[in-house]
Ligand binder design. Structure first.
Ligand code: F6R
Length: 247
């Protein structure tokens, strides 16, 4: 299903509320909530609202485990552009999550360690009983996580090569495309698909064209997000601009 909100703020508040409700309902049963998280501009207001709920309403993340979708490779965790830094600044530094419960792909591995690490990332998700809710943005290539065009629907966590458009879109953060890593470690389409609920968010006119393809286009590895059409557990949460080309 597709939900359209008048602006990104209203949409973000609704998504944050769903996350909070999930955490609280599982907490009430003494259960852990396993969240799959995204970085980038899209989820920033969702995380800000979760921080507000923690500070003002006592929402606790003590029983929350998180798995981030991806990290650039190579990438030092303390670099300003790392997704570790992003998550700390936007969420983890401001809530009561146990650092041991935070999982973000490691951008510092040696090449020959990556395959075993990725299998272990999958194993860790499974050991917690799988992802309860996966949050996604979408890239202009149609990527989810860093599953660029050509990614297989059953792909797992792995090292991938970033699309040229993705590196161009990241060039501002890195002070030039030449400084953007060419690779990343990402959860696969198959990893994402195993989540019990998936919310893909998109705001602004610049996402309207890819949202039309993702929601209404032919299912194809050319636009990896089209695979989400095959899942009954996906909700596309859009603002009016991102939804503006939908029929
Ligand atoms: C980030 C991720 C990416 C982004 C996508 C959109 O962890 O996996 O798929 O969600 O590139 O980025 P923004 O939100 O910056 O437009």
């Amino acid at each position: 299903p597709v939900s359209v909100y008048p602006d990104p703020m209203k949409a973000s508040l609704a998504v944050a509320q769903r996350i909070a409700d999930l955490i609280k309902s599982k907490q009430a049963k003494g259960e852990t909530t396993v969240l799959g998280l995204a970085t980038g501009a899209t989820p920033v207001r969702v995380y800000a609202e979760l921080v507000r709920m923690h500070k003002e309403e006592g929402l606790s993340f003590k029983n929350v485990v998180t798995f981030n979708l991806d990290e650039y490779y190579p990438m030092q965790p303390d670099a300003v552009q790392s997704y570790v830094t992003f998550m700390k600044e936007n969420l983890f530094n401001h809530i009561d999550i146990d650092p041991a419960n935070v999982n973000i792909p490691d951008g510092t591995l040696d090449k020959d360690e990556i395959q075993a690490y990725c299998l272990d990332y999958e194993r860790r998700i499974s050991a917690y009983g799988g992802l309860d809710l996966q949050i996604l943005g979408i890239g202009r290539t149609g990527h989810i996580g860093f599953n660029e065009p050509g990614s297989a629907p059953n792909s797992g966590t792995r090292l991938v090569t970033l699309d040229d458009l993705t590196r161009r879109d990241a060039s501002f953060d890195f002070g030039g495309k030449e400084n953007v890593p060419t690779k990343a470690i990402t959860m696969g389409i198959g990893t994402i698909f195993k989540a019990r609920e998936i919310i893909l968010m998109a705001w602004n006119q610049k996402k309207a064209e890819i949202i039309k393809k993702a929601v209404e286009g032919e299912i194809s590895s050319d636009v990896p997000a089209t695979y989400l059409q095959l899942s009954a557990n996906v909700e596309f949460v859009l603002d009016a601009d991102a939804a503006s080309e939908l029929t």
